[in-house]
Design a protein around this ligand. Sequence first.
Ligand SMILES: *[C@@H]1O[C@H](CO)[C@@H](O)[C@H](O)[C@H]1NC(C)=O
Ligand SMILES: *[C@@H]1O[C@H](CO)[C@@H](O)[C@H](O)[C@H]1NC(C)=O
Length: 292
Amino acid sequence: MSPTSTTSSTTGSWLVQGLLAGAAIVAAAGAYAVISTRRTAKYRSRVVGIIPARFASSRFQGKPLIPILGKPMIQRTWERAKLATTLDKLVVATDDERIAEICLGFGADVIMTSESCQNGTERCNEAIQKLRKKFDIVVNIQGDEPLIEPEIIDGVVKALQAAPDAVFSTAVTSLKPEDASDPNRVKCVVDTHGYAIYFSRGLIPCNKSGKANPHFPYLLHLGIQSYDTQFLKIYPDLPPTTLQLEEDLEQLKVLENGYKMKVIKVDHDAHGVDIPEDVKKIELLMREINLS
Ligand SMILES: *[C@@H]1O[C@H](CO)[C@@H](O)[C@H](O)[C@H]1NC(C)=O
Ligand SMILES: *[C@@H]1O[C@H](CO)[C@@H](O)[C@H](O)[C@H]1NC(C)=O
């Protein structure tokens, strides 16, 4: 199977109408790349996956090391990410010796980053500068999504490779009706080519009935994102923007500055670990679907 058909088969069946055109562009550009790159380097071909992991967290100390069915959460994320076929390299970026030691123990590459990194993006940026090799794309893989599908990682990478005008790519999935009014669930709207228009903690679009429309395919933003490395160098230094500050959403800074962001829609049940209680839920689910 060609990379193109893999993308469309993993994303194809549940594409909402608005994203269909975007998928077609991915497919077309992908096919072009296959033909034109027999001898030359493929566009944005060198890809590194980075799992940023910090020990200190106001809500959940030592979160990356919390055992999930006996394995540290970070190891579970790493094992899933290892299965992605588009990554040339996968590293854990951390400021903590305990995390570093455990990651080296299960075979991960580790890059030490400073404690002053304010967020995962900054940590990725510092890590990439410490890597000896050059990369065109960095995928920021959240360490607290231990059930991340490798296909989603590959999906955002391929989307960015196929959209030269975008500097950033990310993924969304169907929003569950019960999450419509939860401000911690970030919603997204996209244009007909699959580029992000806006992200909000509020329900977008807003129906004139004032209630969630059970028939509208609302989109939930997933944490995974990939960036063009050139863009990542300037991203943390772009000054905060009005909408970013109001919604407290980093990704808005990208859009407000006029950069384009490609969005893929995936079928994913988000099982992020934000609080200790989430671990029980994930373990229950993993037992149910026979993951160990
Ligand atoms: C808005 O949502 C309601 C249900 O809450 C639905 O009946 C209606 O068709 C939706 N669209 C508009 C334009 O009101
Ligand atoms: C990360 O933190 C830095 C410093 O507080 C801030 O400037 C930046 O906007 C944050 N987000 C990103 C995506 O860089």
